[in-house]
Design a protein around this ligand. Structure first.
Ligand code: SF4
Length: 462
């Protein structure tokens, strides 16, 4: 990858940016917009040069829409993830490895920071500072290869996260994802930790995969969640009451509701008000909460206001092509490069993976454990394949998508098994063209030409 230019936020937007609200955090602290600006223009480019690499292949490249000011704050939350986690961990907050699709309410309520495999890798790569994109890629590949050697050559690329934990690149105190339909490898990878030299405790939240019309299923998960929260609370020292869990549910529901409102605004706007990178990054806040649900919900609120303003004034997000082809993206953990897709004339309108979790609210009264269990059973992504495809077809209609790309990583056996069937059902139900693409590039920014070519060819066809 040739040395490419580094992206910089232009000085002309500084005054406008620093006049906006800062962000508040769950520990009661706040950061001002002036401090965010200082970090994003001085400290972060020095510490994390790879994140500012303007090469279009850079899968983590920030949005070019510098006038969408919430996008800069979103990038700030990404680049401060490492510092925030290490600081909290040093102060006694346990870190827990979880699964890609599960809601985080139970983990945060119990006083932990849940971290998904993708974020573990982002965290692991950022542990060495001053790296350019090539060096950061090489660091990621070395961790991945160590996982292949030590754990398995058959798993998907998320094995890197397990290798980063195993090699103590990042400190994880508990490995506790939920077993589910979406992921073929997580259960197996958790089991491999049983035989490793480290002694990280493990707990698998069991999930009845075939749960339709099984009234006992919610109560079964409820018991598992109680056990999970007890285990985490023993590490965090937090006293757990129903009200503590409901406080977290209410906060995260607020985030999910705002993310859904943003999606509706975006879908119904005459012109897409923010580009694909910003749209996905903002919605993802309500799916992951990036170590701090208070900061994430604060930013979701600010983002919604900015987007409403843009919709009112019919502003199109920078980078969105005129008459863009609207693509709905399916598949787990991996997706097409937004910058390439926009250059080829498309815009991304949604993603089944993230939207599945965001679309389900947790009931705010009654038994909080049972309520979280019921919400987990409702995830569209965790239904039998026809039902999942029907929900996705509905998303395609509501988002007015003109094409669907189902992308899956090599080694991801469930997604590769259902990609064709889901694509066919969506096409049959909506009449929208669909395609599916297998890749081997999850988490990488190099050697992605093959998938880029296939995505661009599909956009041309649409
Ligand atoms: S790519 Fe597939 S197998 Fe790998 S972690 Fe994601 S869902 Fe699981």
């Amino acid at each position: 990858m040739p040395n490419s230019k580094l992206f910089k936020y232009p000085e002309e937007i500084k005054d406008k940016f620093i006049s906006t609200k800062g962000l508040k955090f769950k520990n009661g602290t706040t950061v001002s917009s002036a401090e965010i600006w200082e970090f994003m223009t001085e400290e972060a480019p020095r510490r994390f040069p790879y994140a500012f690499d303007a090469n279009a292949n850079n899968i983590g490249r920030f949005s070019d829409d510098v006038h969408f000011l919430s996008g800069i704050k979103r990038a700030y939350l990404t680049l401060t993830f490492k510092d925030r986690l290490l600081k909290e961990h040093a102060a006694g907050t346990p870190t827990v490895l979880v699964q890609g699709g599960q809601a985080m309410d139970a983990y945060y309520a119990a006083g932990a920071i849940p971290v998904r495999p993708g974020l573990v890798m982002q965290w692991a790569q950022s542990m060495e500072e001053g790296l350019n994109l090539r060096q950061s890629e090489t660091r990621g590949i070395n961790i991945l290869e160590s996982g292949r050697r030590k754990i398995s050559i058959d798993a998907c690329n998320q094995i890197s996260a397990h290798a980063a934990i195993d090699n103590k690149v990042v400190p994880i105190d508990l490995i506790a994802p939920f077993l589910c339909l979406r992921c073929s490898d997580m259960a197996f990878l958790v089991e491999t930790h049983r035989n490793r030299e480290h002694d990280i405790p493990r707990y698998m939240v069991d999930y009845p995969v075939d749960h339709e019309n099984k009234p006992w299923a919610a109560e079964y998960i409820e018991v598992e969640l109680k056990e999970l929260i007890t285990k985490i609370a023993a590490l965090s020292g937090r006293k757990i009451t129903d009200e503590v869990i409901f406080d977290e549910i209410r906060l995260e529901n607020r985030g999910r509701k705002i993310a859904n409102e943003i999606a509706e605004l975006w879908w119904n706007a005459e012109n897409p008000p923010i580009n694909s990178t910003d749209f996905f990054a903002i919605a993802f806040l309500a799916n992951d909460f990036l170590g701090d649900p208070v900061a994430s919900v604060d930013l979701l609120e600010q983002s919604k206001q900015e987007i409403e303003e843009r919709v009112k004034n019919n502003v199109k997000g920078y980078g969105v092509p005129d008459d863009a082809k609207r693509l709905y993206i399916c598949g787990s953990c991996v997706g097409p490069n937004a910058h390439h897709a926009e250059t080829a004339g498309a815009v991304f309108v949604g993603r089944d993976d993230n939207w599945s979790c965001i679309s389900v609210l947790v009931e705010e009264e009654g038994n909080p454990y049972l309520n979280i269990a019921k919400s987990m059973l409702e995830y569209p992504y965790e239904q039998r394949t026809e039902k999942r495809a029907e929900w996705t077809a509905e998303q395609v209609r509501r988002s007015r998508a003109s094409g669907v790309i189902f992308m899956y990583q090599w080694g991801c056996n469930y997604q590769s098994g259902v990609a064709r069937m889901i694509s066919d059902i969506i096409r049959e139900k909506t009449g929208v063209p669909t395609t599916f693409v297998e890749v081997g590039e999850l988490g990488r920014s190099e050697a992605t030409e093959q998938s880029t070519n296939r995505v661009e060819a599909f956009i041309e066809m649409v």
